[in-house]
Design a protein around this ligand. Structure first.
Ligand SMILES: *Cc1c(COP(=O)(O)O)cnc(C)c1O
Length: 389
């Protein structure tokens, strides 16, 4: 890659970079970028105070004050997913993974890698995970100690029935681990209504900070009992938590700039009206995008009732003149980065609604898509899937 040249499109971002309509990294606000100009030492009292405040704010977003603690961790989202599995599922435990996309399959790979017993309960990528099937599986297998679920499966953009999954899991006395990576901060999740032992998310999805760290919101009494579980030193959330509680510091070099950016991003999150405001903007983005794509003849993968306002999966047009690489590159030249599909069931691409984007960028990308399709000579945008949704 060469250095990004300013986008030719009229609606270029303030920095001239393309708008990121992807599942991450995402477009950040000017003030979030600006927050990163400071160099802080890891022992600086001001920095330690920011960390403390940040952890409290993240717990509050989950409505988990008094029951859960926030343990932040360096790395991308997968690092904290792996840390959660390794720290909470003990060597003798067994994890049931509810699978309807690539991110749940990644949890299965984590179990293989770190040596945790697991089972998968799968539904197709365009079907939510099934709480009734979960009920039967938990009744049938007493060895299962934990259940893992993805709130929004970013593979397709599908919203999973978290409340029902939590209810069934709690009724069977098992522990729930949630990957809320692409939903946290935009889709309501109240720890007092949804019982979970641990939830993970990251700095750069719906909270719109910079990429570089994840965090786990963990039930404090459960976290206290996880000493020695983790098969890794750097991904041990118990060790990270106890060290941070002891002196307010991170065990290893903290992602200082990322933390400052997230603190600023949370100010903007609050100013926008928290989860309700953030989710509202994303729902508006998603609505504009889906309506505009359908008006052009594209078919989206999911019916509206299952579509989370996070990322939209679109079937690839059957028209032989549609070639994804060309489509992608020309949209990129116009100032909009979209994302390839990750489905195993159909040829698709994805367009994200999250990050510092609004109606202007949604209308902008739709206009750019119209122009690019005309240049490519694509007339039919429908997929080659007679009979399928
Ligand atoms: C983004 C994401 C992750 C983490 O991915 P990284 O590339 O490691 O940041 C995990 N789960 C879901 C559902 C995600 O959307």
């Amino acid at each position: 890659m060469t250095t990004p040249k300013p986008a030719a499109h009229a609606a270029a971002s303030p920095t001239g970079d393309p708008w990121l309509l992807t599942p991450g990294p995402l477009t950040t606000s000017p003030l979030v970028k600006l927050a990163m100009v400071h160099d802080y030492g890891s022992r600086d009292a001001r920095f330690i105070a920011i960390n403390r405040r940040l952890r409290e704010r993240l717990v509050a977003i989950a409505g988990a004050e008094g029951t859960h603690a926030c343990v932040p961790l360096q790395g991308s989202g997968t690092f904290v997913v792996e840390a959660m599995i390794g720290t909470f599922v003990p060597a003798g435990g067994k994890l049931l993974i509810l699978v309807n996309g690539a991110y749940c399959r990644r949890i299965a790979r984590i179990c293989e890698t770190i040596g945790r017993a697991y089972a998968c309960q799968a539904t197709p990528e365009d079907v939510p995970v099934d709480p009734e099937e979960l009920d039967r599986a938990l009744a049938a297998d007493a060895a299962i100690t934990h259940v893992a679920v993805i709130h929004c499966e970013t593979t397709s953009g599908i919203l999973n029935p978290l409340r029902e999954v939590a209810e069934v899991t709690a009724r069977h006395g098992r522990a729930l681990l949630i990957d809320a990576m692409s939903a946290f901060g935009a889709i309501p999740l109240d720890a007092q209504a949804i019982r979970f032992d641990a939830l993970v998310a990251s700095s750069n999805k719906c909270l719109e900070g910079s990429p570089g760290m994840g965090y786990c919101i963990a039930r404090t009494e459960v976290l206290q009992a996880t000493k020695g579980n983790a098969p890794s030193l750097s991904l041990d959330l118990y060790d990270q938590w106890t060290a941070m509680e002891a002196n307010g510091q991170w065990r290893f070099t903290p992602p200082t700039h990322c933390i400052l950016a997230l603190d600023q991003a949370l100010d903007e999150f609050d100013a926008e009206g928290g989860v309700e405001g953030r989710g509202g903007r994303y729902r508006e983005n998603c609505g504009i995008l889906v309506a505009g794509l359908r008006a052009m003849g594209f078919r989206t993968l999911l019916p509206d009732a299952l579509q989370a306002p996070i990322i939209v999966t679109v079937h690839k047009p059957a028209d032989p003149r549609f070639e994804f690489e060309t489509f992608y590159n020309r949209l990129s030249d116009a100032g909009y980065l979209i994302y390839p599909g990750k489905l195993t069931v159909a040829d698709s691409f994805r367009i994200g609604c999250i990050g510092r984007l609004g109606a202007e960028q949604m209308h902008g990308v739709l206009a750019a898509i119209r122009d690019v399709l005309a240049e490519m000579g694509v007339r039919e945008c429908g997929p080659q899937l007679a009979g399928k949704r």
